[in-house]
Design a protein around this ligand. Sequence first.
Ligand code: BES
Ligand code: MN
Ligand code: ZN
Length: 501
Amino acid sequence: MNITIKHGFPEQQKSGCVILGVFERRKLSPAAEKMDRACAGQLSRVLKSGDMDGKAGESLMLHRLDGSACERILLVGCGKQKDFDDGVYRKALKTANTALLKSGARDAFSFLTELDVAEHRSGWKIRQAAELVEHSLYRADQLKSEKDDAPALRKITFAIASARELKEAKQGLAIGQAIAGGSALARELGNLPANICTPTYLAAQAGKLGKQSGKMKVRALGQKQMETLGMGALLSVAKGSRQPPRLIEMNYQGGKKTDKPIVLVGKGITFDSGGISIKPSAAMDEMKYDMCGAAGVIGAMAAISELKLPLNVIALVPSCENLPDGAASKPGDIVTSMSGQTIEVLNTDAEGRLILCDALTYSEKFNPKTVIDVATLTGACVIALGKHACGMLSNDDKLADALLDAGKDSGDRAWRMPLWDDYQEQLKSNFADMANIGGREAGTITAACFLSRFTKKFKWAHLDIAGVAWEGGANKGATGRPVALLTQYLLNQCGKNYKLT
Ligand code: BES
Ligand code: MN
Ligand code: ZN
């Protein structure tokens, strides 16, 4: 999408669609008021007739009003002005995108970015607008012979209240577009079926990204190298599949040689049948999404390399399939992880933690500043938090706060859960150092407790994205989360020049 930024008057825009905000009840935003004056009060009259109140989520498309230079005017509800915050702003942008893409407009000029949103300046506002319009254009039709109807929209301009804001607005645009690009990549990888998106395929896509970026080296370890390293936990999951496992390593060097790297670890189970502890068949197809942690960290790597962030970041993606087979792990099997700790595999469906624990131990070799793992780890997290926030657990309060902040800044929120020692008891095994499951209670926490036994040597946070990475039902599809959260966290590590306000 062609996105530009301009200062201008709404009534003068020769655009396919001018987008204007309306607050409850029927209160025109400053830009809408200008338009109303130019159109001899036609907007006020339409609102008075009762067609729109200004509630968030409402929209009204008007055609060819005398006095305006545009083909259409799209009025977008913004709710009560005193409640207009980050969340309602994003909702208004989404509502505008839906109505705009349904129309035949080839270009649009949006004045929503001129609205006052809490304490934010235009950099943040444009960043959100750019990200959301790109997000709305994504179609999962790569494998359809007849493509879904492509919207007519080719170009959108976002308004700034004064030309002085151009520089910060452009920075916001660049960040929004980079995040949108990373999140589109994550969605694409997530939506691909498991017969195409295999561990080998993921490694090839990561390699392609490395070639496009000047600053990223990519390699992938295979089974032999994992055996040499002693990754018995990872290998025990891969055993039941004919697809060879991979440990993908993406090394982005944007900082000084001496800067310690931030390591991102993404769960890359390209299909999770549960293994011998097989899952019920209803909605099992959705377990192709069990590599969305991997997709999220690969997407974030794409975004930061496009933005050329001055940081060193390493992404590690342990990847394999979890299938039942004569060679698969059986409940009760005991495996030795790379750390030397032994694990009793009481349930082969708790496989994510088994591949992650070896990747986490492997990350020690990079002497990391921090390690963040991202995984569709537990169904319990979907029950606890639903689709609005991912679960976050950490052994470091500062890191946890930084992730919560990044979630608020980006609108891709996380919520912290406790990692108290009291929960560790649930992982007790009679035959090994630990079991891989902790019983029915607090499933998200005991999964994180398991991982915490492999992260003692560094600052670490775990993001359980099981509830946010994809949507089921009629709108089935990957969301691209948590690319925005991760990229925001990394941006925030770069100092104030990269902080959008
Ligand atoms: N990939 C699943 C978690 C999952 C399930 C995410 C449903 C989203 C929706 C994970 O590998 C898994 O199967 N976890 C088990 C753990 C249990 C056996 C302790 C779960 O959550 O049921
Ligand atoms: Mn599983
Ligand atoms: Zn899984």
